[in-house]
Design a protein around this ligand. Structure first.
Ligand code: GDP
Length: 296
């Protein structure tokens, strides 16, 4: 189920409940079951959905609601708050400061949109007057350096990489050092991905992280991966200190539920979303407007 449909289904469920002559336990249960179904179809993890349902029932005690209270509004507010709670890990991520050197490392599976997102992130900051730079520490995928080089050249962002060096740790280290000397304030390290979460990928990530000492590690996740979102995000979090999440491919047929699962798994906020293949199809992510839009 795509995001707009999810929002529509939730709104419809609330509307249906409001249309009932009396909002009793059954009407509330029917509404919550409908919302549960919609969230599961959007690939929100089962446990999150179940917890959310339990919490709402705890908050909305129909017997306690004095006559005259707008039950619909109270229930709607409870649903809004619960969705916000899932998306808000309660702490913000490290925020780089313009003019002060920060190293940001990107991790994620191959095909998640990592390289594209690195450039988008650099371009976003460059437009705001930063001095970003890109380091390609992906020696695994043939063509990775060319892709980064092409993107970086288009955006006029300095880049570092090698066609001959096969050690990603060495490239990452040298790239970061080079750009530190050039006083770049946002040094972005693109790492390799594999198709699966295999040991070699995680070991390489750990070594690159150790060598470059990033101020922030961003986990990039394709929003259309479905129910696998929670486990995938958690696997990355267990291996390196993921501090923020970027969800890609929120355009098209993306399922939005993965975002909720990734936040829950990494206990890190979503900071941006990718909404297309182009450099500027990139949006800052804010929880409340996102949920408001979701609920219509
Ligand atoms: P990587 O292997 O993780 O580095 O992934 P790439 O950056 O090469 O991206 C894989 C594919 O996804 C490319 O065709 C990108 O153009 C595409 N892509 C990346 N982000 C988005 C997005 O937000 N929306 C859409 N529609 N496509 C995206």
């Amino acid at each position: 189920m795509v995001l707009a449909q999810l929002g529509g289904s939730i709104s419809r469920a609330i509307q249906q409940m409001s249309n009932a002559t009396i909002i009793d336990e059954k009407a509330l249960n029917d509404c919550l079951n409908e919302i549960t179904r919609a969230l599961l179809q959007s690939d929100v993890q089962f446990k999150l959905v179940r917890d959310m349902q339990t919490n709402i029932k705890k908050i909305v005690n129909l017997d306690d609601l004095a006559a005259g209270h707008n039950k619909r509004r109270i229930i709607q507010q409870a649903i809004f708050n619960e969705l916000c709670k899932i998306l808000d890990p309660g702490k913000s991520s490290f925020t780089p400061k313009k003019g002060k050197t920060s190293v940001v490392m990107f991790v994620g599976l191959q095909g998640s949109g990592k390289t594209t997102t690195c450039t988008k992130y650099a371009y976003y900051h460059q437009k705001k007057g930063w001095k970003p730079a890109l380091v390609c520490a992906d020696t695994f995928r043939a063509g990775a350096f060319d892709q980064l080089k092409q993107n970086a050249t288009k955006a006029k962002i300095p880049f570092y990489g090698s066609y001959t060096e096969s050690d990603p740790v060495k490239i990452a280290e040298e790239g970061v050092e080079t750009f530190k000397k050039e006083n770049c304030d946002l040094i972005i390290v693109d790492t390799s991905g594999r198709h699966k979460q295999e040991a070699a990928l995680f070991e390489e990530m750990r070594q690159v992280s150790e060598a470059t000492k990033p101020d922030l590690i961003i986990f990039v996740m394709d929003s259309s991966i479905g129910q696998a979102a929670f486990d995938q995000a958690q696997a990355f979090k267990q291996m390196v200190a993921v501090g923020a999440v970027i969800i890609t491919k929120m355009d098209g047929h993306a399922k939005g539920g993965g975002a909720l699962s990734a936040v829950a798994a990494t206990k890190s906020p979503v900071i941006f979303i990718g909404t297309g293949e182009h450099m500027d199809e990139f949006e800052v992510f804010d929880v409340k407007p996102f949920v408001s839009r979701l609920l219509g």
